[in-house]
Design a protein around this ligand. Structure first.
Ligand code: 3H9
Length: 708
C-alpha cells in the first residue's frame, strides 16, 4: 500500500501495514516537533481512532533521529496550535495501542511523545533524555509527570536535572522502554513488536494511570525535599532546575490533569526567563560558530598524524587531546631530558585516569603506542600537521618554524599555539605561509573546550578548513579569529582585566570584585584566575607590552608589587590570596590589602566604595566595548563568535548567553550610556566603540550582525 500523506503536512506521513497504522515523522534533520509535525501527529492519531481497519499505531522517525524535541526555533514566538501537551495527551488517550519505536535521539518533547505512547521499543543506538534544563526549560509536555511514573521519582528527577542522554540498555533497566531490539531497521523492529503485542491481545496501557509515585507518598516527598536542597546549592541561581522539582511535586499533590496544567504554567515561566534566552542563544551560537567561509568553500586536508613541538604543560595537553581523538602523535623536544619530561607529562594524565579506575592499564598502553618522542625535527617529516607549543617568544618561534619548513612534507599544516604573537610574522619565517595557521589551545589543553583558529593573511582556505575539521575530531569548540595581539579572547580579557585593576585601585578590594563576578555566575573571579594561572604569566605580558604602552594610559602597579615579592598565586602559596599548606581555596590576605592601600596613596587616590552592581556594570561594559571593536575590525566574524569564545574559554556563565548576548538583553543603549558616564573620569580608557555607537543610533542589536 502506498504511503498516504496527511493533509496539510508533509512532515508526517501515514501508511497502512495490515491492521497497523505506521506514522512516520519526516522532518529533517532531527524531526524537531514544529507546528507541522505536531499537527501531523495529532491528525494521524485521530485518523487511527476513526478508522475501523486500524488496530494499533506505530510511531517512528525517518532519518537519523526519532525526535530531537520541541522545535527550539519556535520558542519566544507566538504559539501555534496544537500545543505539544495536546499532542501527547491525544496519543495517550487513543483507545488503540500506540507504540513508539525509537532510534537515535529521543530527547525532550521527543521522549515525552514516546512516554505518552502505550509501549516503547528502542534500537541499540537510541539516546533518551530530558535535556530541557540545559535550555533553561523543564519538560513541558507531561515529562515531569510521566517520567517519574515510568522510572520512579529519584531517577526521573536526576535525569531531568542532569539533562544527560541515556543509552537504550540503561533505559530498559530504568523502565523507560519495554523492549530493546537488535538491528538498524527501526520500522521493521517496531512492526514485529506491534504484531507480537496484538497477538498477545494487550490493550492500551496509559502512563498516567501508573501508581508508582503514590505507593509511598511520604517517602516520595522526603526524596523531593532532599533533591530540592541539593539542587538549590548546586544550581547557583539557575531558574529551571528548581521548577522541575516543583512540577514533579505537583504530581504528588494534584490529579494528573491539574498537575499537567501546573507544569505548563511553570514551563511558560521558564520560556519567559532571560536565562532561557541566554541558553538557547548559546545552543545555536555553538552550532553557527563553525560555519565560516573557508570551511564552507574548501575541503579539509586529511589528518591522521600530528606532530607537537614542545613537551611542557601545553604541548603535553595538546598531545593528549590528539591521542584521545585516535591520532598518532610525534613529540619533539630539544634534548633527552626534555623529551623524557614531555613523555612523563603525557603519561601523567593517563596514569591519573588509571588510578581513578577510569582507564585500564591495557587501554593506556594502547594509547601510548601511538605516541613517539624524539629530539630530531626530522621525526616530523611524515606527519600531516604540526603544532608548535614552545616558549612564547617571536624569535624562538620563528626559529622553530624555519626548522619545520626544512623537514615537513609538502602540504603539511604548520600550526602555532601562540596566544598573543603575530602569526603573519611567524608564517614569514617559512617558504610556505599558505600552510601556516594559529591553533590557540587553552590550558589544560586536553580539558578546555575552546580552540581559537587564528587565520593569518596568507593561509589557504583548505588549511582553515583542516583546522576546523581537526577541532571537530578533538571535540573542541572552534572559533575563527583574526591576527591581533591576543586574538579574540585574550585581547578582550586585557581590557576588562584593566577595568578590574582600576576598580581595585579606586577602592574595591580584589575579594569584593571576585565575589561580584562569582555572583554574576562565573565559577571564579579575575584575581582567583590570576592566582590559579600564575601571576608571573600576566607579569611577563605586561613587561612585553611596556615599551608600546601609551604613556598617558592609566597603569595600575598593584599586580607588579605583588609579583615583585614572588607571590605568583597558588603555586607559590600566595598571590592575591593566601593558600596555607597548599590549600586550593584562597583566604584574603591583609598584607595584600596593605600593598593596595600603599599603591592608592602613591597614586594620590582616595578610595571609595563600589557596590557589586557597579563592579559588574564596569566589568561588563569594558568587555562588551572591546568585543564590539573586535567584531568591527573583523577579528571575530560575528558577535556570536565572541560569545562562544567566552562561554568555552573564560568561564562566562552560559545562562547569560555570552557577553554580546548579555549586552543585547541589557540593552545596547544602556551599555553605551554607562561607557559615556565612565568616560568622564577616564576618556582614554573608556572610548565608546564606533560599532556600538552605530548600532545604538540605528536602534539595532548585536544579534542583527550574527548572520553572515
Ligand atoms: C523541548 O523539547 C521542550 C518540551 O519539553 C516542551 C515543549 C512544550 N529544534 O546538534 P546538531 C538543529 S526543548 C530545532 O548539529 P548532532 C541544529 O540546530 C528541546 N533545531 O546535530 C542543527 O541545525 P543546523 C529538547 C534543532 O547530530 C541541526 O538540527 N531537546 C533541534 O550533533 C543538527 O543538530 C534538546 O534539547 C531542535 N530541538 O546532534 C535536543 N535540535 O544544521 C537538542 C537540533 O542548521 N538537540 N536542531 O546547524 C541536540 O541535542 C542535538 O542536536 C542532537 C543531534 C543530539 C539531537
Amino acid at each position: 500500500m502506498s504511503p498516504s500523506s496527511v493533509p496539510g503536512t508533509a512532515a508526517v506521513c501515514t501508511q497502512h501495514e495490515g491492521d497497523i497504522l505506521v506514522v512516520t515523522i519526516d522532518h529533517p534533520p532531527v524531526n524537531a516537533l514544529n507546528v507541522d509535525v505536531r499537527r501531523g501527529l495529532l491528525d494521524a492519531v485521530q485518523q487511527a481512532q476513526a478508522d475501523a481497519r486500524v488496530r494499533a499505531v506505530l510511531i517512528v522517525g525517518a532519518g537519523r533521529a526519532f525526535i530531537a524535541g520541541a522545535d527550539i526555533r519556535e520558542f519566544g514566538k507566538p504559539p501555534l496550535p496544537p500545543s505539544l501537551p495536546e499532542v501527547c495527551n491525544g496519543i495517550e488517550a487513543c483507545t488503540k495501542p500506540v507504540i513508539a519505536a525509537i532510534h537515535g535521539p529521543a530527547l525532550g518533547g521527543g521522549l515525552e511523545i514516546a512516554m505518552s505512547a502505550h509501549y516503547r521499543l528502542a534500537l541499540g543506538d537510541a539516546r533518551l533524555g530530558l535535556p530541557e534544563v540545559q535550555l533553561g526549560l523543564l519538560p513541558g509536555s507531561g515529562g515531569t509527570q510521566r517520567a517519574p511514573r515510568l522510572m520512579g521519582l529519584r531517577p526521573a528527577v536526576e535525569l531531568m536535572l542532569s539533562g544527560r542522554h541515556m543509552g537504550a540498555r540503561e533505559a530498559l533497566g530504568a523502565g523507560l522502554i519495554d523492549r530493546l531490539a537488535e538491528g538498524s531497521d527501526v520500522r521493521a523492529a517496531g512492526l514485529a513488536y506491534v504484531k507480537e503485542l496484538l497477538s498477545a491481545g494487550v490493550g492500551v496501557r496509559r502512563t498516567r494511570d501508573l501508581d508508582t509515585l503514590f505507593r509511598d507518598k511520604a517517602e516520595s516527598l522526603a526524596t523531593l525535599e532532599a533533591l530540592r536542597s541539593e539542587t538549590a546549592k548546586k544550581s547557583r541561581g539557575l531558574f529551571s532546575p528548581l521548577k522541575v522539582i516543583e512540577a514533579v511535586q505537583a504530581g504528588l499533590d494534584l490529579p494528573f490533569d491539574e498537575a499537567l496544567k501546573f507544569e505548563r504554567q511553570l514551563f511558560l515561566q521558564c520560556i519567559d526567563s532571560p536565562q532561557r534566552a541566554g541558553l538557547i542563544h548559546a545552543f545555536f551560537a555553538e552550532r553557527e560558530v563553525v560555519k565560516v567561509p573557508e570551511a564552507q568553500a574548501a575541503k579539509p586536508r586529511a589528518i591522521a598524524s600530528v606532530g607537537v613541538v614542545g613537551g611542557g604543560t601545553m604541548g603535553a595537553g595538546i598531545a593528549v587531546s590528539a591521542l584521545d581523538a585516535g591520532l598518532s602523535v610525534t613529540m619533539v623536544e630539544r634534548d633527552d631530558a626534555s623529551i623524557a619530561r614531555g613523555r612523563a607529562n603525557v603519561e601523567k594524565v593517563y596514569d591519573g585516569l588509571v588510578a581513578k579506575g577510569r582507564m585500564t592499564p591495557e587501554a593506556k598502553a594502547a594509547v601510548m603506542a601511538r605516541y613517539t618522542g624524539s629530539t630530531q625535527y626530522e621525526a616530523l617529516a611524515p606527519v600531516d600537521l604540526v603544532i608548535e607549543a614552545v616558549f612564547e617568544d617571536l624569535a624562538v618561534k620563528q626559529a622553530v618554524f624555519a626548522e619545520l619548513d626544512r623537514v615537513c612534507k609538502p602540504g603539511a599544516v604548520l600550526a602555532t599555539n601562540t596566544s598573543y604573537l603575530d602569526i603573519d610574522a611567524i608564517a614569514a619565517s617559512t617558504s610556505r605561509p599558505q600552510d601556516v595557521i594559529g591553533l590557540h589551545f587553552f590550558s589544560p589543553a586536553n580539558i578546555m573546550k575552546l580552540l581559537e583558529i587564528v587565520v593569518p593573511a596568507k593561509v589557504s582556505a583548505d588549511v582553515v578548513a583542516t583546522a576546523f575539521e581537526l577541532a571537530r575530531k578533538l571535540k573542541k569548540v572552534a572559533v575563527r579569529a583574526g591576527v591581533c595581539d591576543g586574538f579574540i579572547g585574550n585581547r578582550i580579557l586585557a581590557v576588562y582585566r584593566a577595568a578590574a585593576d582600576h576598580m581595585m585601585e579606586d577602592g574595591a578590594s580584589p575579594y569584593e570584585i571576585d565575589a561580584a563576578v562569582r555572583d554574576f555566575g562565573y565559577p571564579m573571579g579575575p584575581f582567583q584566575v590570576s592566582d590559579l594561572a600564575g601571576g608571573d604569566i600576566g607579569w611577563a605580558t605586561r613587561k612585553r607590552r611596556a615599551p608600546t604602552r601609551d604613556p598617558k594610559a592609566r597603569y595600575v602597579q598593584i599586580a607588579d608589587r605583588i609579583c615583585e615579592r614572588g607571590w605568583f598565586g597558588q603555586k607559590t602559596g600566595r598571590g592575591y590570596y593566601l593558600y596555607p599548606q597548599g590549600a586550593r581555596t584562597g583566604q584574603p590576605d591583609p598584607e595584600v590589602l596593605a600593598i593596595i592601600d600603599a599603591e592608592r596613596q602613591r597614586a594620590g587616590i582616595t578610595p571609595r566604595t563600589f557596590t557589586p552592581e557597579e563592579i559588574m556594570r564596569r566589568y561588563m561594559a569594558a568587555m562588551v566595548n572591546e568585543g564590539a571593536n573586535v567584531v568591527a575590525q573583523g577579528i571575530a566574524l560575528r558577535p556570536l563568535d565572541v560569545d562562544v569564545t567566552f562561554l568555552y574559554g573564560y568561564g562566562f556563565p552560559r545562562h547569560r548567553g555570552g557577553p554580546m548576548k548579555y549586552a543585547d538583553m541589557v540593552g545596547l543603549d544602556k551599555v553605551l550610556d554607562d561607557i559615556r558616564e565612565f568616560a568622564k573620569e577616564d576618556p582614554l580608557f573608556w572610548k565608546p566603540s564606533p560599532l556600538l555607537e552605530r548600532l545604538v543610533a540605528e536602534g539595532k542589536n548585536f544579534d542583527s550582525l550574527n548572520r553572515l
